[in-house]
Design a protein around this ligand. Structure first.
Ligand SMILES: Nc1ncnc2c1ncn2[C@@H]1O[C@H](COP(=O)(O)OP(=O)(O)OP(=O)(O)O)[C@@H](O)[C@H]1O
Ligand SMILES: [Mg+2]
Length: 271
């Protein structure tokens, strides 16, 4: 297996409660969806808390979490499983999806639009009321464990017509919209995760707010909560504030020199 094809099956079972700050009413919605056996789609920009949310919900529902980072070379067989040669014998090895279907885990397919189209053939019967997984190579049909749940995520910002999800896939999921949390909550998150005082965290959030406002002028996406946490971690280790913001927030966002200057001015204004 090449590196690219390696599957990140995530960490499970989760032993420690992940820190998660609810932004709207998403905790109750996830619980209701889980009880109702409805698959969930998370939409939102990078670094706004989607993965953390799923980790938290898996912990709360006491279900194993199996994460697959989708990419353009991901085939259905990478999800389902394959025959492997072991000591001159071919043995079947379940893929992460099959594993989740059997044990009643939460299967989280991250950036689903990147996956190859043949994966939808697998996902469809699992995400409507049939809840079955067909393993053609083995001639096996598995009825999903009662606790099995499918969660997918994608970033509508990167969406192109070629890569958009088909309606027949979209309409098998309930959807939750994620965005950067409101300022006060985001400051608490940054303060908690970056272990810095709430006042400095608040300033980083103000900076992010301004950067997010200039998005229309050429930035593909605003500064994520994740980048604010990076900046606070540099600050925490004694790096000067301008350098921390530049290296953790501005430079990762864009290569455009004009935009860099605008971003530097914003830092000067705030700190
Ligand atoms: N509501 C929240 N509660 C707690 N932490 C949060 C929250 N939102 C964001 N974070 C923090 O922001 C970081 C980035 O979030 P996360 O990795 O979940 O983003 P994501 O939406 O999955 O991004 P991507 O689409 O790039 O995978 C997390 O590691 C966490 O520290
Ligand atoms: Mg993620």
């Amino acid at each position: 297996m090449t590196n690219k094809n390696e599957l990140n099956t995530g960490s499970y079972p989760l032993k420690k409660e992940p820190y998660y700050m609810q932004v709207k009413n998403e905790i109750a919605i996830f619980k209701a969806a889980y009880d109702a056996k409805l698959p969930v789609m998370l939409k939102g920009p990078t670094g706004c808390g989607k993965t953390r949310y799923v980790e938290y919900m898996a912990y709360k529902l006491k279900r194993p979490l199996i994460t697959v980072a989708c990419h353009e070379d991901l085939f259905a067989s990478d999800l389902i499983g394959r025959y492997l040669l072991k000591n001159d014998e071919t043995v079947w090895v379940d893929g992460p999806l099959t594993n989740a279907v059997r044990i009643g885990g939460i299967c989280y397919l991250d950036e689903i639009v990147e996956a190859r189209k043949d994966t939808t053939v697998v996902i469809h019967p699992l995400t409507d009321d049939r809840r079955i997984l067909t393993i053609d190579k083995k001639g096996e049909i598995i009825h999903a464990h009662k606790d099995f749940m499918m969660v997918i995520s994608y970033n509508p910002g990167y969406q192109s017509i070629l890569k958009d999800l088909k309606q027949s896939t979209r309409q098998r999921f309930i959807a939750l919209e994620f965005d950067y949390p409101e300022a006060e909550k985001e400051a608490s998150i940054v303060s908690h995760e970056g272990k810095i005082d709430i006042k400095t965290a608040g300033k980083l959030v103000t900076l992010a707010g301004k950067i997010r406002n200039i998005r229309e002028h050429g930035l593909a996406e605003g500064a994520s909560t994740r980048l604010l946490i990076y900046a606070s971690r540099l600050l925490k280790r004694g790096m000067p504030v301008h350098e921390s913001c530049r290296t953790a927030i501005c430079l990762p966002l864009t290569d455009d020199e004009g935009l860099q200057e605008t971003l530097n001015d914003l830092i000067e204004d705030i700190f």
